[in-house]
Design a binder for this molecule. Structure first.
Ligand SMILES: Nc1ncnc2c1ncn2[C@@H]1O[C@H](COP(=O)(O)OP(=O)(O)OP(=O)(O)O)[C@@H](O)[C@H]1O
Ligand SMILES: [Mg+2]
Length: 249
């Protein structure tokens, strides 16, 4: 039987648009001339070596500290200069590099804190029950202090916490850092696939090129203070020159 082939781009619009972005700290510029878009429901891989400015870019999107110039549009709102809490209320969840859980609070208290600050869950939105259903491993650990979790468990908890802010855009800053390959599959790969199926837009900052190419629809590569590649993951897979020069493979 003939299968209907859906055009992959049909109905997808941009939920984040970055134009002419400059970001740095005080007088020191880290990034300039950065422009890209993130399509609704897509996974964008953000790649680049240590220190090129990946976390600075994340910080610039959410106004988390860097000095920013240029335009950042989230769901049609020009958010440059907005306080972080207003930007995240547009529906962006962040899993910061290093996970950022409160170590002396239990998993369940960490998650409840996220719910406190969040807008109310829409029908079908993320609730504590749904999170524990979707991540049964986390449910087993709900009484454990976050500081006593393994790296993989902490990553899972940080993802859950970000979803509980009612995010439909999730920014993950190096979620696989420090995780064994098996845990990377179980915690990061499987769950990002699940989120994608559920329509969550994902910005995935990664140094693991193979993993990023596997999960991402599009990718940008940062180097030398700007973007040196912007295109489909498929194209980047073929661009061994870019991989060799900027990603050290
Ligand atoms: N708060 C800060 N104040 C001053 N400089 C900073 C600050 N945070 C980062 N930098 C500098 O900005 C540059 C980019 O750092 P950034 O953390 O964005 O890199 P990264 O690509 O995320 O690296 P990694 O892969 O190691 O996480 C580095 O030179 C870093 O030293
Ligand atoms: Mg970083």
């Amino acid at each position: 039987m003939m299968q209907a082939i859906a055009a992959p781009d049909a109905g997808l619009d941009d939920v984040i648009e970055v134009r002419g972005l400059e970001a740095g700290y005080g007088g020191a510029r880290v990034l300039s001339g950065v422009g890209f878009t993130v399509r609704k429901g897509a996974v964008l891989g953000v790649l680049g070596r240590n220190g090129v400015g990946k976390s600075t870019l994340v910080g610039a999107l959410l106004n988390l500290g860097p000095t920013v110039r240029g335009s950042v549009t989230v769901k049609g709102h020009a958010v440059a200069g907005w306080p972080t809490h207003r930007i995240v209320r547009l529906g962006i969840g962040i899993v910061p590099q290093g996970r950022g859980m409160f170590p002396n609070l239990s998993v369940s208290d960490n998650l409840r804190l996220a719910v406190l600050g969040a807008r109310a869950a829409r029908p079908g939105g993320w609730t504590l029950e749904r999170v524990y259903d979707s991540f049964p491993k986390l449910s087993q650990r709900r009484g454990t202090l976050a500081g006593s979790l393994s790296g993989g468990e902490r990553q899972l908890a940080a993802m859950a916490r970000a979803l509980l802010t009612q995010a439909d855009i999730l920014i993950l800053d190096e979620p696989t850092e420090g995780l064994a390959p098996l845990i990377v599959e179980e915690v990061v790969v499987d769950n990002i696939r699940t989120l994608r199926r559920e329509g969550v837009t994902v910005v995935l900052v990664e140094q693991n090129l193979a993993l990023a190419l596997d999960l991402a629809d599009e990718a940008i590569v940062l180097a030398d203070g700007g973007i040196v590649f912007c295109g489909s993951a498929e194209t980047l897979r073929r661009r061994e020159d870019i991989q060799n020069e900027y990603l050290g493979v």
